[in-house]
Design a protein around this ligand. Structure first.
Ligand code: GLN
Length: 478
């Protein structure tokens, strides 16, 4: 696994003097207001935390990278930040993002673009690009981001750090400004999977303030299902290799011709590294993966249009005085407006039948594909506990391995030219990441190898609720 790490030393020598952390534009806005009382001492004392600008804290403006919320400060803390604070963590600042999380390059922000720390002319990925760049440059030890369709994993891959999207509902969304409510998850970024696990353990708890947060009963049910699977597999002797018993699936559908040769090589090396750790690696099929991207953009935009209705110029920020007419046209960026229009359209009576309903059907098919390949039953399905673990066998795996993106960070100029020719080109970047959000399953991007001096990320996915197992494998692969 050590051979898979990006050659950070070579990279940092080349780019050491530029851009500086300040030039990166990873942390944005004013520093946090000082705490009223001394911070509590706890397990995370001394840990520095960056908060994406769409995660509320009373000590930072929650701008969401938008002019509409330029002066907005939340009256309450998000549950995730409150939990880290209670464990003794230190807040270092707000990290940059695409406006309301809608983008893949951290380019469409009130605060301007975030640079990729390995090459200033390249995309940092998005929408949590500020979080990834801040972690890569050591500005904070852990950053909290949000992942609706890959916004934690893509920037993590392109900036050479670990990015983890937990199962839907594993972490509370209270205080996370909603983009696509059924897809949104708070995610974590850090240099190591071990740091992510430590911070994650403080966060993964039920929250009565968020009705979509996983209940204690569901958590228990998942633990039971996992225990049954473990017992079923236990051999008479202790295995010698750390990941013996772990079955890895490689989805054939991710083998697309757009994959860069460097990425393909890193994928092969990751398979070999997992085998060396004791895993079995087999090919699996996810038949509806190619339909996931259009389905995601239909569902996400419909939900975004509903969620954005609250930014009418009256309720948030200081713009109420400017008058409400046309507030959204003046205060929201072009991409957000485009998505609100498209989202409203697909919810209309006619278009609902032709676009939204099929997208929701595809979403269910994608979920079913995942349930079919994972050995662990999906705890949300009635009768999951009864599904015979006996059913497992050929073709049932614990984790899936695939690239996070088809290549390394693109040049910002090339990306803009591409989008100028075809707007949808910008959306294709998310093709490998959106399936996990549609299915609500956990996924993590781990730095694996490099392509012409730029870091690459490999993505691991697991069954809904199997977050611990996923982090285990990620920790060993790193
Ligand atoms: N790039 C995707 C989008 O724009 C994902 C964004 C996200 O995960 N917040 O919708």
């Amino acid at each position: 696994a050590a051979a898979l790490r990006p050659n950070l030393r070579g990279l940092s020598r080349r780019h050491y003097h530029q851009p500086t952390p300040a030039m990166l534009n990873a942390l944005v806005g004013p520093p946090p207001t000082p705490e009223a009382a001394a911070p509590p001492a706890g397990a995370l004392t001394g840990w520095t935390i960056g908060l994406k600008s769409n995660i509320a804290s009373t000590r930072l403006p929650t701008t969401c990278g938008s002019r509409a919320l330029q002066a907005y400060s939340s009256p309450t803390d998000s549950t995730v930040w409150r939990r880290l604070h209670l464990a003794g963590a230190t807040l270092v600042g707000a990290t940059n993002m695409d406006e309301f999380g809608m983008g893949s390059h951290t380019r469409d922000s009130l605060h301007g673009r975030t640079m990729n720390p390995w090459d200033a002319g390249r995309s940092a990925g998005g929408s949590s690009g500020g979080a990834a760049a801040a972690v890569a440059r050591g500005v904070c030890r852990v950053a909290l981001g949000s992942d609706t369709g890959g916004s934690v994993r893509l920037p993590a891959a392109w900036c050479g750090v670990v990015g983890f999207k937990p199962s839907y509902g594993q972490l509370s969304r209270r205080g996370l400004v909603a983009y696509g409510s059924s897809l949104d998850a708070v995610g974590l970024l850090a240099r190591t999977a071990a740091d992510i696990r430590t911070a994650y353990l403080h966060l993964a708890h039920p929250d009565t303030h968020d009705m979509t947060c996983m209940t204690a009963e569901t958590r228990l049910r998942i633990a039971h299902l996992r225990q049954r699977l473990r017992e079923q597999r236990q051999g008479p002797t202790e295995p010698l290799l750390p990941l013996a018993h772990v079955r890895v699936g490689v989805p054939a559908e991710c083998w697309v011709h757009e994959l860069s040769s460097g990425c393909l090589m890193a994928w092969r090396q990751a398979c070999a590294a997992l085998r060396a750790l004791g895993c079995t690696v087999e090919r699996v099929s996810l038949g509806h993966l190619d339909a996931a991207l259009p389905a995601y953009y239909t569902v996400a935009l419909a939900e975004a249009a509903s969620n954005m209705a609250r930014f009418d110029g009256a309720r948030y920020g200081t713009h109420a005085m400017e008058g409400l007419r046309g507030a959204r046209s003046r205060l929201l960026g072009a991409e957000v407006q485009r998505r609100v229009l498209l989202g409203s359209y697909v919810m209309g009576h006619q278009a609902r039948q032709s676009f939204l309903a099929p997208a929701q059907r595809i979403r269910r098919l994608v979920q079913r594909d995942f349930d079919r390949v994972f050995a662990l039953p999906n705890a949300l399905h009635a009768g999951a506990a009864g599904r015979a673990v006996e059913e497992e066998g050929e073709g049932r795996v614990d984790v899936l391995l695939m690239p996070t993106a088809v290549g390394s960070a693109p040049l910002v100029s090339e990306e803009a030219a591409e989008e100028g020719r075809c707007r949808a080109a910008g959306y294709v970047t998310d093709v490998m990441t959106v399936p996990a959000n549609l299915a609500g399953i956990p996924a993590v991007s781990v730095p694996c190898g490099s392509d012409r001096g730029l870091p690459l990320g490999m993505q691991l996915m697991a069954q809904y609720g199997d977050d611990h197992r996923l982090l285990d494998v990620a920790e060993h692969l790193q």
